[in-house]
Write a protein that binds this ligand. Structure first.
Ligand code: NAG
Ligand code: NAG
Length: 734
């Protein structure tokens, strides 16, 4: 690639990395907590109760849980040890590489027009097409795993609309560039008639697309307008059984003369549905991305690839430039394989009822991973170096430059060309190849993105985490408890599987990764086994309290101090951290509740599933989380009312534990009042049980008070009461 560095210019970096301040203070604080933890461990060892099997069993349970929490806590400290913050210099990039910017391919994946409405998908596509980047260097690919003509139709409509939309965006320099987000947040602006014109064109398009989706087919007149285009779809096509379809909707090459309404070039736009047959396993999203990698290599072959989920529109038209800075710095970029942006969400409620924003992970922990050179690839909002994605090893010797020539097309005729590309996305193409194993996205894991990122890092590359002040990509988050727990189950299960995989950070990463990085990965990989200590802690102290057997030191004992210090210090710190990430106090409380719920239900199932899979009893499944919900579900979410509604086994566990806690708490308080039991012995236990009851208030409310559709189903309530009552009675008489 011809570089245009002006000779006598001093080297100016394209990005800088700042290490967080105040690390020493933090480390001292952290050391003090560690001392507290060790004291607790010592206390447990030297105070094991003598007689009574039961007292002893409970004690050992608590000891095991505290041992686990302490060790796990040490891993989370690695994530906070030396966080790094990145700042790209887009202006320097433009000055230096204005005409020689690399080409960029954007991959958007969708899988089901019912849960991922085509109008949402095309909004994401349009926001990517409107990037503030030379259009002839930008190509957008949509993979439609359902092979749905509705999605294709929506994309055709969007390609027409883009001819109005892109010039409008650039003329008035508007943000955000997803039309739906733009029109819903801007009532009117200085652009006057242009605004109302574009808005009308958008509304018309939206109506046509939504009409088609309601009908479930393309309206007749539209169908005839584009005769020939829909010929690939016949009555036998279905999401699981259809031929490969590849269509270059907009050919952005100069000679093709596709121009917008102002006469400027347009980005290339491609629709792809890989072939699906019932007897061929398709490897979910990873399979789709690999198909896109192959197809794009023949069409645009950009050295940089951005992968996006279909619900994640771009909220900042400058993100591509920002990301490119990390790949183009002459001194520091050579080994950077991918740049991960945080996942942000547009429709979370004010206090983030289900903790879906993952604030602490994205605002704190990922900076820590970055400090050790290895933030994860989380599947969306990530810019990749194509060659690293191909599985190439990093080598100091290679020049690793971003080659930017588009491939020459041997076939002139665009139809022939499209036909020839379809062979690349047939179901048999990958048979007896290294795809999914050594090349491209790696298969065989429910979090294929994380696995692929690790595989790249294992080849000697580094990754970068960049969190811009203005959110770059906005998606939708789960808005019911069930959706959230199911998603958490999948993630935690996937991250746990990674530990046993070929790219396990512990086995494979030793010697390749810094120790700090391996430790920083562990808290994510070890989510599922967390369920046991958390269940211990939420059941044992309550049951023993009910029976009046103490498990913690007396309030007047010196051993009480380390317990109190750890609890107060870690809670205060976590609250401060949460507020620092712009959360609210109530948001923090909600997050603590979700911390409990995820661990006592989703992670338990994830753990059991993983074990079943390891012994070969179960297959992986991939559940797409719905991106739309009923009207009244949305209203309840807005009001931050927890949504139960379904008869999920996860809810049975949560409500049984919740019931158990309230029975024990009430029982203990009653005993204390009537029998004047000594409070001092059981002080901490009452606090633990009381806090659990407070956390579970939404469950009691959902079981006993609420009348709306989102309340806890009565079958779950009955089961929970029976389980909790029998547990309490059995325990009393044992
Ligand atoms: C999205 O971008 C707009 C500016 O275009 C900004 O006002 C808004 O805060 C951004 N959204 C988020 C969630 O950061
Ligand atoms: C997210 O918000 C949009 C409106 O902004 C809504 O249409 C959509 O249903 C919401 N998604 C979910 C999962 O509730």
């Amino acid at each position: 690639m011809e570089t245009e560095i002006v000779e006598n210019d001093k080297y100016e970096p394209l990005f800088e990395s700042r290490i967080a301040k105040g690390r020493l203070v933090y480390r001292l604080f952290s050391a003090s907590i560690f001392v507290g933890i060790v004291c607790v461990w010592i206390y447990r060892v030297i105070h094991i109760p003598e007689g009574g099997e039961y007292g002893r069993m409970g004690w050992m349970g608590m000891y095991g849980a505290e041992l686990w929490f302490g060790i796990y806590w040490i891993f989370t400290q690695a994530q906070r040890w030396s966080p790094v913050f990145r700042h790209p210099f887009g202006q320097t990039l433009l000055k230096r590489y204005g005409k020689a910017l690399p080409r960029v391919d954007v991959f958007v994946c969708t899988a089901d027009p019912a849960t991922e409405p085509p109008i949402m998908v095309v909004n994401t596509v349009l926001s990517a097409m409107a990037y503030d980047y030379p259009p002839e260097k930008l190509s957008v690919y949509l993979s439609d795993d359902a092979g749905s003509e509705l999605t294709f139709y929506a994309l055709m409509e969007a390609s027409n609309f883009s001819k109005h939309w892109i010039p409008y965006c650039k003329k008035f320099n508007i943000e955000p560039r997803s039309p739906s987000a733009y029109f819903s947040s801007n009532l009117d602006v200085s652009s006057g008639t242009d605004f109302s014109h574009v808005k009308k064109v958008y509304e018309d398009m939206k109506n046509r697309i939504e009409m088609a989706c309601q009908l479930g087919r393309i309206p007749k007149d539209e169908y005839h307008k584009h005769t020939g285009l829909f010929s690939k779809w016949d009555s036998s096509s279905s999401p699981k059984n259809h031929a490969a379809i590849l269509k270059i909707v907009i050919d952005g090459r100069e000679e093709e003369g596709n121009k917008d309404s102002e006469g400027h070039s347009l980005p290339t736009l491609v629709y792809m549905a890989r072939e699906k047959r019932p007897h061929h396993f398709h490897n979910f999203k990873a399979g789709a991305l690999n198909a896109l990698i192959r197809v794009s290599s023949e069409i645009s072959n950009a050295p940089i690839i951005l992968t996006l989920d279909c619900d994640m529109y771009s909220n900042d038209s400058g993100s591509v430039q920002d990301a490119i800075c990390f790949f183009m710095d002459e001194e520091k970029s050579r080994n950077i394989a991918f740049v991960q942006f945080p996942q942000s969400f547009q429709n979370t409620s004010k206090n983030d009822l289900y903790g879906g924003c993952l604030r602490v992970a994205y605002d704190v922990e990922f900076h820590g991973l970055d400090g050790f050179g290895g933030p994860w690839y989380i599947g969306t909002g990530c810019f990749h170096r194509r060659e690293a994605l191909y599985g190439r090893e990093f080598s100091e010797a290679a020049r690793n430059e971003l080659k930017s020539d588009p491939p020459r097309r041997t076939r002139k005729n665009v139809h022939e060309f499209e036909e020839s590309l379809q062979a690349l996305v047939s179901c048999t193409y990958e048979e007896n190849t290294q795809w999914g194993d050594e090349i491209g996205m790696r298969y065989g894991c429910v979090v294929e993105d994380v696995l692929t990122g690790l595989a790249i890092l294992c080849k000697g590359w580094k990754s970068v985490y960049f969190r811009p002040a203005r959110k770059a990509f906005l998606g939708v988050t789960a808005t019911t408890l069930d959706q959230m727990l199911v998603q958490q189950k999948r993630w935690s299960e996937g991250d746990f599987q990674i530990l046993f995989s070929k790219y396990s950070p512990v086995r494979h990463g030793l010697g390749k990764f810094k120790i700090g990085l391996i430790l920083s990965y562990l808290p994510y990989c070890l989510w599922p086994p967390n369920c046991f200590p958390v269940l211990c802690y939420s059941i044992i102290p309550s049951l023993y309290l009910f029976k009046g057997v103490p498990l913690f030191p007396q309030v007047s004992s010196v051993w009480f101090l380390p317990f109190a210090y750890i609890v107060v210090a870690t809670l205060a710190y976590s609250c401060a951290e949460f507020l620092w990430t712009d959360g609210t106090l109530l948001g923090w409380w909600n997050e603590q509740r979700m911390w409990l719920y995820k661990r006592s239900s989703a992670y338990l199932f994830a753990f059991l599933d993983t074990m079943l899979k390891l012994v070969g009893c179960s297959n992986s499944t991939f559940v797409i989380s719905a991106k739309v919900s009923d009207e009244d579900v949305c209203v309840r979410y807005e009001q931050e009312m927890m949504e139960f509604g379904s008869d999920s086994p996860m809810f049975t566990i949560l409500s049984s534990v919740a019931m158990l806690n309230v029975f024990c708490f009430v029982g203990a308080v009653k005993k204390m009042v009537t029998e004047r039991l000594v409070f001092e012995n059981l002080g901490l236990q009452i606090v633990v049980c009381g806090v659990l009851v407070l956390m579970n208030l939404p469950i009691y409310n959902g079981m006993l008070l609420r009348k709306d559709k989102g309340r806890m189903p009565s079958t779950v309530t009955y089961k929970a009461i029976v389980v909790a009552l029998s547990a309490c009675t059995c325990f009393t008489f044992l």
